[in-house]
Design a protein around this ligand. Sequence first.
Ligand SMILES: *Cc1c(COP(=O)(O)O)cnc(C)c1O
Length: 347
Amino acid sequence: MKKLVRKNIQKLIPYSSARNEFIGKDNILLDANELAFNEPLNRYPDPLQTELKEIVSQKKQIPVSNILLGNGSDECIDLLVRAFCEPNVENIITVSPSYGIYDVIAQINGIELRKVNLLADFQLDSESILKTIDSNTKLIILCNPNNPTANSFSETEIIQLLKKFGGLVLIDEAYIDFSQNKSFLKYLAQYENLIITQTLSKSYGLAAIRLGILYGNKFIINTLNKVKYPYNVNALTINEAVRQLTEKNNKPWVDEIIRERTKLQQALIDLPFVEQIFDSNTNFLLVKFKNAKAVQELLLQNRIVVRDRSQHELTKECLRITVGTADQNKLLIETLKKLAYEKSNIL
Ligand SMILES: *Cc1c(COP(=O)(O)O)cnc(C)c1O
């Protein structure tokens, strides 16, 4: 594992923050140049977010020592790349189409991102992925279930990659709670090159607080702890996450979104200009139209915003539609029906 870390990071002596060093409660804290007034927000937060990690640990049945928290899972992924991938030398492999942030993170860190197209059925082209690996490939990123194709990849194929590839494999599970398939967390102890990210931004309805979770082996977590900014998760986020994860019924809205997803799917099938609706393991639907651009623009004129994914050859004429509330979905369908009637000439 040690060999996988960037050379400068192997040598890094991490910053030791004041809040890292103090032990015990009820001390008189004169060590961090905080203001003595305006309790409790005058104090720096716990750099290791131990209380929150213990709650996550309980829920997920993963030891605290295998957990890193970040300012969204985007920060977790960026940290992983920064700590493990050598700029201007090493490369990352991901699939295409997938989540756009991987591209941005790779570019910012000076790392080549090699994109391997999915097969026509949106499954992994494992053969091409294996062929694309070279001695400078450090990381494979798989978004599972995948954004924007909405499907899950074959578990056995991912396991094969974990076994055959000597570098790290990151599985981005942002949508796992909407999926029929189980999380790869069950394999965490078995494969030391497996890393998983999850987020409170989707199924927990907490995108605003920015909290991402990365699971990996202890060595990886320790390395990332050295690289991250000391107070990367702020106290407001920690407190709100603790409150919501302890007080609220666990993800109370997931079942409703899945029910609404099915309803939306059934209603969309009946529209004359809908070509295909892809199966979804997420909280969105990828829908193929005869003329996606026109549908998007007409929806926008009706104040309904959806995402155009038609740039990619595998998702031509496709829009990505997030599942909303029952009322929002009803309005979407009514609007589409109205358009089917009024604009049949262009749609
Ligand atoms: C929405 C999303 C995330 C969430 O990122 P955060 O930074 O945690 O909000 C991560 N990965 C994918 C693929 C997503 O679609």
